[in-house]
Design a protein around this ligand. Structure first.
Ligand SMILES: Nc1nc2c(c(=O)[nH]1)N[C@H]1C(S)=C(S)[C@@H](COP(=O)(O)O)O[C@H]1N2
Ligand SMILES: [Mo]
Length: 448
């Protein structure tokens, strides 16, 4: 410090703030280039621990979401056929509790959105490290930096593709599922490595209430990053500007940003006035009106060019199986034994409806008619929709077998509206909305 004092006093402006002409020559590799007094090991550690918990939740629910999509039923649901070993954890997604996917996907998307300010603040807090020279000090350090590349690149990629998907802007090339799935594993590799290296240190820093009060000696290689050998806080600016906000204030600001995003996103997992609070996301902001069919619609019939002629008197359901090919009119389906189930629509985009009371024919009953009276197998569902995505889906045997899985003809006491899939749609408990095919035309029962 004393070395630079002559400069400082010489350059003092009329207001007395320290201006240093030479600072313009500092490069980002020079720690003194970074002058925010907010940066520091404790600031970074608090954000890091929040992300450790939050991103673990987002990652786990994200991997669950992929499993819920029935990727094992090739080729129709599987947009990532060469996932190879990365699919090791896949399992048969259960049908209960019936709100399961509404919960897991609501958490995945809502918590993911709310963590964006924390993620950005965390990245900002360690920016000086990215420029530190020499870029690589040892083999261990090289591995750590590679893991950082996976972590930061993966996290940003997942946030961007995720946000684009829920905002309905499918501008990236290829399938969202494929990109987001591979991106998740890249991120996860970096995340696990980074958490293993840094969590002990972050806990220590937070518990001790700061860097300076903790013992400098007992540190491993990871500890040396946030703290120099002399016990100095290596994330703090060595040459800080005067503070305009305290570290605590900066953390509160980040927290307030997250809370605001939470409040303006979470509502779209609910019906009623809560949805009106969800101002920032599609499928929010407006409460659905009253009336049996007045709940959230994904794509309208008009949007996928389904006309009344397609769904009128001429419409027939085709059911295929060992018993052959059967055809039913809507009147014939209504004459079969009708069952009810209170189930939500829960979209992969994170929005959901409350439970709606669906009424129709059990899928297991249709399986029996198709020639599987004992154990219903999987079913391949095709919509009469000709253009666009989501017109075909495959349901697993446990989903067909569940008594609440219906080919629904009515909802909340009224015929399905054209937008909710008239004349008939699939509804399955705990399944992603994308498996609840609307405007159904053909059911093919058998092993898939
Ligand atoms: N034929 C067809 N079925 C479909 C879709 C579609 O685009 N076409 N969208 C699916 C998706 S992604 C969801 S979330 C639900 C939404 O159902 P809803 O519009 O009745 O709320 O329908 C599913 N069924
Ligand atoms: Mo969806």
């Amino acid at each position: 410090m004393s070395r630079r004092r002559p400069f400082r006093s010489a350059a003092r402006s009329a207001h007395g703030s320290p201006r240093r002409p030479l600072s313009a020559l500092r490069t980002p590799a020079d720690p003194r280039f970074w002058r925010s007094p907010v940066r520091g090991a404790r600031f970074t550690a608090v954000l890091g621990l929040v992300l450790l918990a939050g991103l673990t939740l987002v990652t786990v629910t994200g991997l669950l979401s992929y499993a819920a999509y029935n990727p094992g039923l090739s080729p129709v649901n599987d947009k990532t056929p060469d996932r190879g070993l990365l699919g090791f954890y896949l399992f048969d997604w259960p049908t209960g509790p019936h709100w399961l996917y509404r919960l897991t996907q609501g958490l995945h998307v809502t918590v993911g959105i709310a963590l964006v300010p924390v993620l950005l603040a965390k990245l900002w807090s360690v920016i000086p490290r990215f420029f530190a020279l020499p870029p690589v000090r040892s083999l261990g350090h090289a591995l750590e930096r590679i893991s950082l590349l996976l972590l930061v690149g993966g996290a940003l990629f997942q946030v961007v593709t995720g946000l684009l998907n829920i905002q309905l802007d499918y501008i990236f090339p290829g399938s969202f599922y494929t990109l987001h799935f591979y991106g998740a594993w890249v991120f996860l590799a970096g995340f696990v490595t980074h958490a293993a290296l840094k969590t002990p240190q972050a806990l220590r820093v937070v518990r001790s209430g700061g860097v300076r009060r903790s013992a400098p000696a007992a540190d491993g290689a990871a500890g040396a990053d946030a703290r120099s050998a002399a016990g100095r806080d290596a994330l703090a600016a060595p040459d800080p500007l005067p503070a305009t906000i305290s570290r605590r204030g900066a953390l509160a600001l980040v927290g307030a940003g997250s809370l605001l995003l939470l409040l303006t996103s979470a509502g779209r997992s609910f019906d009623g006035p809560l949805r009106r609070l969800a101002l920032l996301t599609p499928r929010g902001g407006t409460a659905q009106g009253p009336g049996p069919n007045a709940f959230q619609i994904n794509k309208t019939a008009a949007a996928v060019r389904i006309s009344p002629a397609d769904t009128g008197e001429r419409w027939r359901l085709t059911v295929r199986g060992p018993a052959g090919e059967l055809r039913f009119s809507r009147a014939e389906l209504l004459a079969m034994e009708q069952h009810e189930a209170a189930l939500p629509i829960a979209c992969v985009e994170g929005w959901a409806t409350s439970d709606q009371l669906w009424r129709g024919v059990r899928l297991s009953h249709l399986a029996a008619l198709a020639g599987f009276p004992e154990r219903p197998p999987a079913v391949f569902v095709e919509s009469l929709q000709r253009a666009g995505s989501f017109r075909r889906a495959a349901l697993r045997d446990n989903q067909v077998r569940d008594d609440r899985s219906l080919l629904a003809l009515e909802v909340n006491g009224a015929p399905l509206s054209p937008d909710h899939g008239y004349p008939a749609r699939i509804i399955v408990p705990a399944a992603p909305g994308v498996l609840n095919t609307k405007w159904v035309e053909t059911l093919t029962f058998g092993e898939l």
